[in-house]
Design a binder for this molecule. Structure first.
Ligand SMILES: CC(C)(COP(=O)(O)OP(=O)(O)OC[C@H]1O[C@@H](n2cnc3c(N)ncnc32)[C@H](O)[C@@H]1OP(=O)(O)O)[C@@H](O)C(=O)NCCC(=O)NCCS
Length: 154
């Protein structure tokens, strides 16, 4: 998981961390994975191609309080060499279907402006734009990017 986070963070400007900011220890990594496995309201889906991890998609609760328990957050990233093959669609559709089965009523995500492939995928799966947060990302060269917020009613 740590290698996946580091490599994908370096392959695209559209994720929230720099590769050198993946600073979890292997013990913390194991705890995180156990936490996901044992949480009936969370999901971590891997796409495997001939035994190799091609990418991952997660469903996480937004929170545990009763007023937000109907909402989940979805995140997805594939290794660059597996992008553009339709795997994103399959992973995300499975994640959204599972989120509904778990009992969530809406799935939410954010996408960096300019990430047209992701925007297109999300729109195809029924996510709707509901706003833009300006300058949510500041890159090390000083430039900013906005995030587009999207939601899908399940
Ligand atoms: C975004 C991502 C998950 C999409 O998954 P994918 O498997 O690569 O996407 P798909 O092959 O299913 O294609 C999705 C759609 O985008 C279209 N597309 C492909 N390349 C594109 C491009 N460069 N620009 C615009 N649209 C593009 C595809 O044609 C498809 O649309 P269609 O259904 O009309 O044919 C994947 O590319 C990825 O992980 N990218 C890097 C990390 C990332 O950006 N994560 C999302 C953060 S919000």
């Amino acid at each position: 998981m740590l290698e996946y986070l580091r490599v994908t963070a370096g392959e695209t400007p559209y994720l929230l961390r720099e590769p050198d900011e993946v600073d979890m220890s292997t013990e913390q990594e194991a705890d995180f994975i156990r936490g996901m496995r044992d949480n009936p309201r969370a999901l971590m889906l891997l796409a495997l191609v001939d035994g190799d991890c091609a990418g991952c998609c997660s469903v996480m609760p937004i929170g545990t309080r009763s007023r937000v328990r109907h909402r989940c957050e979805v995140a997805i990233a594939l290794y660059q060499k597996y992008c553009g093959l339709g795997l994103g669609r399959t992973l995300l559709q499975t994640a959204v279907d599972t989120a509904k089965t778990i009992g969530y009523e809406q799935a939410e995500l954010s996408v960096v402006r300019g990430n047209d492939r992701a925007l297109r995928l999300y729109a195809h799966l029924g996510f709707e734009r509901c706003g833009t947060l300006p300058h949510t990302l500041k890159y090390r060269d000083g430039h900013y990017a906005d995030e587009i917020l999207m939601v899908k009613m399940l």
